[in-house]
Write a protein that binds this ligand. Sequence first.
Ligand SMILES: *Cc1c(COP(=O)(O)O)cnc(C)c1O
Length: 278
Amino acid sequence: MATALLLSSSRKVAVQALARGASTMAAEKPVATALQDVLTRIKQASERAGRAQPVRLVAVSKTKPVEALQEAYDAGQRVFGENYVQEMLDKAPALPSDVQWHFIGHLQSNKVKAIVESVPNLAMVETVDSTKLADKLNRAVETAGRSQPLPVMVQVNTSGEESKYGVEPGECVQLAAHIAKSCPHLRLAGLMTIGMPDYSSRPENFQCLAECRTQVAAALGLVSEQLELSMGMSGDFEQAIEMGSTNIRVGSTIFGAREYPTKPRSPSPPPPQEQQQA
Ligand SMILES: *Cc1c(COP(=O)(O)O)cnc(C)c1O
């Protein structure tokens, strides 16, 4: 498959591993069923939390073939998340143009132009973590002549892990203010975090992101609800919704396991691919 040729060697290994795992993958739920289950769980968690605001589901489709994305699309899903630029560039033209693409990986400055120009339906970049990247995106959106500002989120490293990208919680106001005041072609949509893979620690990370939002809103003269919180993944999206998330990013629960073989959840960190640069 052509996509594989464009992937880095480590990704190729992952793709081969995926192919080898095909027989075990077959036992997994069809995408449409898994998607429906997730939507039901979102609804239930929202009701439990008494949430009026709807929660957006970003279907994280990294490493998955376009056929799997199309299955989710046919079942009604419109928002998809990718964290490798090349993978988004490959998949976007293969899917209907009303897909809303969220970029959720580490975005290198030298890939900004390509993603903005080649993906007209890029709906959000969730991972802005420097003024330099914000400025690059701002210029690229202007040059591409997009009619609307591009929504972006500030990625915050709420777990203090060196392996995670994002600004320190103490720096989020400065970056958010820079985007709001100096980047007219971007729209500050909210804040995003990944948090610890250790679930018992995550409430603190989610709490931290909510506190960052309070500070940013105060500094910019907004009410908190005007800013989104992107937090919660397969293992913890219900908890995240109960803690105020408006945008959850769910991958393996919808599409099945990725590179690594299916195994019971353990508190070990995700494989390094999760955080590799695009
Ligand atoms: C892969 C990924 C997800 C989805 O993870 P799952 O545990 O498979 O739901 C969410 N957010 C980011 C930033 C990711 O890289």
